[in-house]
Design a protein around this ligand. Structure first.
Ligand code: SAM
Ligand code: SF4
Length: 347
């Protein structure tokens, strides 16, 4: 597949575009794109074991994903993260990375990256590097093979470890994302921090979020204040002003010299500096991970070969970006605050 011809021509808007500024004066410069809702794992906090996935016809093609991402780049997005589901299980995904890399070469984009479960990295790490990807996030909640299988249901820890080895060997910088799960990995998080830092990787610990109906969320919820207090018995932290454009707050761990981030959507509000929006693999634009309001970009994308309607739909949606989210675990009804699974919007 070659995206260079007509699609590259669509990258060039007739007149300079107005940047995306939302009603709270936040510039939208970061786009996360879920390229598939499918996954080779079934993590207990993310998916039910038996998921029904979208029919293929509903998905944006790789060419449409390229066009949509490029429309956002034309409107000032500087960072693109491909996610999922598992982005690396989408057939032909490297053609999308390869075509999007033209925006790195032109200087329109600062960063092209992905969040992955690591299972396909042995196959793809060096191709990713060749496409200009410099840093990747790999999700890993435990170093215990049995626990790993219990959390991911279908995953193989050895395969992920080999993937991380391959990524580092290819020269990719790896950051580990670990979800803190009550009674599952809470006693292991210190070891995970020491392991990641020992391999020169940053690590971020994420509080479980109430997305998607995957069982009793209260059983999984572990406030990061407790995680942090427990880690502070083993490590000393130094507050640092390190920002990656994401919601994590970072500390330096003095004993290891490594960086440790905390993402606390439930107990902390990080909305005031939010610079991001998300699109799903069907072309739905979500202005906030924690709100239902969305805009369909697939219809304007398919309606015409020109991007004018897409630009107009994006502009209109950004005027509706809310000030913040409404995450609450409903303790009485034990229902998720949002029925949408994380694998739809990609985290
Ligand atoms: N499959 C890839 C992966 O696992 O990294 C990318 C998609 S996954 C949905 C993105 C991130 O969301 C992962 O780090 C995962 O651990 C996290 N995640 C999924 N469900 C979550 C939940 N309910 N609360 C907090 N994080 C969640
Ligand atoms: Fe798949 Fe990632 Fe969700 Fe796990 S967290 S089921 S790896 S999409």
């Amino acid at each position: 597949m070659n995206f260079a011809g007509p699609i590259a021509a669509l990258d060039r808007p007739a007149a300079p575009m107005a940047p995306l500024i939302d009603p709270f004066a936040r510039a939208i410069t970061y786009l996360r794109v879920s390229v598939t809702d499918r996954c080779d794992f079934r993590c207990v906090y993310c998916m039910a074991e038996h998921m029904s996935f979208l029919p293929k016809a509903e998905l944006l093609t790789l060419e449409e994903l390229d066009r949509l991402c490029s429309a956002f780049v034309a409107k000032g997005v500087r960072k693109l993260r491909l996610t999922g589901g598992e982005p690396l299980v989408r057939r032909g995904i490297m053609t999308l990375f390869s075509s999007l890399s033209r925006h790195l070469q032109s200087g329109a984009l600062d960063e092209l990256t992905l969040t992955t479960n690591g299972s396909q990295l042995v196959k793809y790490a060096s191709q990713l590097k060749d496409c200009g990807v410099e840093r990747i996030n790999v999700s890993l909640d435990t170093l215990d093979p049995d626990k790993f299988r219990a959390i991911t249901r279908w995953g193989d820890l050895g395969q992920v470890m080999a993937g991380i080895d391959a990524a580092q060997a290819a020269g990719l910088k790896v950051k580990i994302n670990a979800v803190a799960l009550k009674g599952v990995n809470e006693d292991e998080l210190g070891d995970l921090v020491a392991w990641a830092h020992g391999r020169g990787m940053d690590i971020t610990i994420i509080e479980v979020m109430p997305l998607g109906d995957v069982g009793d969320r209260l059983d999984q919820y572990l406030p990061l204040s407790m995680v942090r207090a427990r880690l502070a018995q083993r490590f000393t932290f130094e507050d640092i002003d390190y920002k990656t454009g994401g919601p994590a707050r970072y500390v330096r761990v003095n004993e290891t010299g490594g960086r440790l981030g905390f993402i606390t959507p439930m107990t902390h509000n990080f909305c005031e500096s939010c610079n991001r929006v998300r699109i799903t693999c069907t072309g739905t634009l979500y202005m906030c991970l924690g709100q239902e309001d969305a805009a369909d970009l697939r219809a304007p994308l398919r309606a015409s070969e020109s991007n004018d309607a897409v630009y107009a739909a994006i502009d209109d949606a950004i005027t509706r970006k809310p000030k913040g989210h409404d995450f609450v675990i409903d303790r009485r009804h034990k229902r998720p605050a949002l029925a949408r699974h994380m694998s739809v919007t990609g985290g």
